[in-house]
Design a protein around this ligand. Structure first.
Ligand SMILES: [Zn+2]
Length: 138
């Protein structure tokens, strides 16, 4: 058993609202995180930073992020979408597992992280994840 929460989500030891999963990546909304509305896109396999991903993982990660971003756009029609990537102790993280945050934005949000309403109720995440999944290609 690992202490990495991302690896434990991949192993289905911790529940999360899965948006997409393939050989190299997993995208999910995590009921346990501070901002539960983000969609997190993570490489499978533990890698602490971008330079530790192999080429297949790196390509798959960006492809998944683009597909999920388009699905978010189709499902929720935000005015924009911010992508955050911050890893490691320099980002004050305690769990080091390479990932990106996809955060839909609306005018007036400022730096607030809005999705599709601020601080969505955690019981809605499975519904939101299903709505995104239904907008993914394939
Ligand atoms: Zn990990």
């Amino acid at each position: 058993m690992t202490n990495c929460v991302f690896c434990r989500i991949v192993a289905k030891e911790i529940p999360a609202a899965i948006v997409h999963e393939d050989e190299h990546t997993i995208a999910f909304m995590d009921a346990g995180q501070v901002n539960p509305g983000h969609v997190l896109v993570a490489a499978k396999g533990h890698a602490e930073n971008l330079y530790e991903l192999n080429d297949a993982q790196a390509a798959a990660l960006l492809k998944t992020a683009a597909h999920v971003a388009r699905a978010i756009r189709a499902a929720f029609n935000p005015q924009g979408l911010s992508v955050y990537q911050a890893n490691g102790s320099a980002a004050w993280q305690t769990v080091f597992h390479y990932h990106m945050h996809l955060v839909p934005r609306r005018e007036g949000d400022g730096m607030a992280l809005t999705w599709p309403a601020k601080n969505p109720p955690r019981e809605k995440l499975a519904e939101y994840a299903a709505k995104i999944r239904s907008s993914l290609p394939g």
